[in-house]
Design a protein around this ligand. Sequence first.
Ligand code: SAH
Ligand code: SF4
Length: 430
Amino acid sequence: MHTPLMPIPGHTDPVPVSRPGLVDGVTPREDGRVDLMGLPKKRIAELFEEAGLDAKAAKLRAKQVFHWLYHRGVTEFEPMTDIAKTMRPWLTERFVIGRPEIVEAQVSTDGTRKWLLRTADKHDFEMVFIPDADRGTLCVSSQVGCTLNCRFCHTGTMRLVRNLTPGEIVGQVMLARDALGEWPKGANDTRTGTMAGLDFDEETEEAASAYTSDGRLLTNIVMMGMGEPLYNFDNVRDALKLVMDGEGLALSKRRITLSTSGVVPMMARAGEEIGVNLAVSLHAVNKDVRDEIVPINRKYGLEELLQACADYPGASNARRITFEYVMLKDKNDSDADARELVRLIKQYKLPAKVNLIPFNPWDGAAYECSTPDRIKRFAEIVFAAGISAPVRTPRGRDIDAACGQLKTAAEKKSRAELDRLAEEKLAALG
Ligand code: SAH
Ligand code: SF4
């Protein structure tokens, strides 16, 4: 059955509300079985107890299952060799280990990979993997669409939004590891549908025991796919906790970055409760321009935003806040803009670095990318003030894979439709 999508709320704060079927952060399923992906170990133990195990057995089984899920990457109960053979069908009847469905997987000539994924209730969203010499970064989505409407962002033109569950968020990381073949060899022999064409076949104990975080392709995660992560705070937090959990995916918080367009009231909690690196989509240095291109600025202005950055728990010279700045021709790219950016960073004493992002155009967008010379000059001004200001090289252009530029199967809209949608979303911002 096709679950109806939640419309954008009208004249209210545009925080998506949870819908029936999304209780407890459990990923909804038609067959009534409970998807364990994305649930904390304690919740898994409770579910096992509710299903009839005594408390002690439930706790032990939860610990074992959790290990198989996140350390071995299994998607079925049958390979869980330390769980009694008779118990495995019992688990299979009641529970599943879900992954988002893969609709399409593409590989760019530069090695960037993009996946179009689908939730169990048939909403499409995207994920991108960007390999570099010294790291591999997975760009993860937090929502289907986005309730905000940054005027240069394609995701903002999607009308329909629902929050992704913790299972759908952590499930993206699991899928990427599946595709990259990053589980201990032999753990995946029952899995079907991996796309990497990588070799999982030899089942050797040495391979399993050699399982460490060294030599992995996927080393970093950025919450820079579709959606505004701080408008789906609880689910993003719960998912990232599993990603960071030493008994879960065990990725260091230093290798995870959450990007926000500036949901000021949630920033302190993000620092305290998640503790990952912060990136802020600044994109403009004065009210008029930022109001236009990042409309949440009308609700939480630049001063508030920069103060929240100055107060961000855990930010230091060793852990800088990244300011993302999309380069839009004749909009935000003058020398004066660059100097004002430097002034603001100094005024608020921010441990900052600036990421200059060449605008990635899409059909119907109202902006153009700044010229290479302009970008270079802008970068020089910021850099001369002692602030690191790399220009982010576009990746995966041939497959439209740039983060924040995630094209979906969403139908193309006319300019007039885009404007109408923008007005609607602005009204919702109040
Ligand atoms: N909603 C969050 C995270 C997702 S967007 C946020 O806005 O921060 C990730 C980054 O990609 C943001 O900095 C966003 O502004 C940028 N982005 C979006 N569309 C883009 C485009 N067409 N070209 C270049 N960068 C874009
Ligand atoms: Fe949403 Fe971020 Fe795109 Fe703005 S830039 S519309 S907040 S996804």
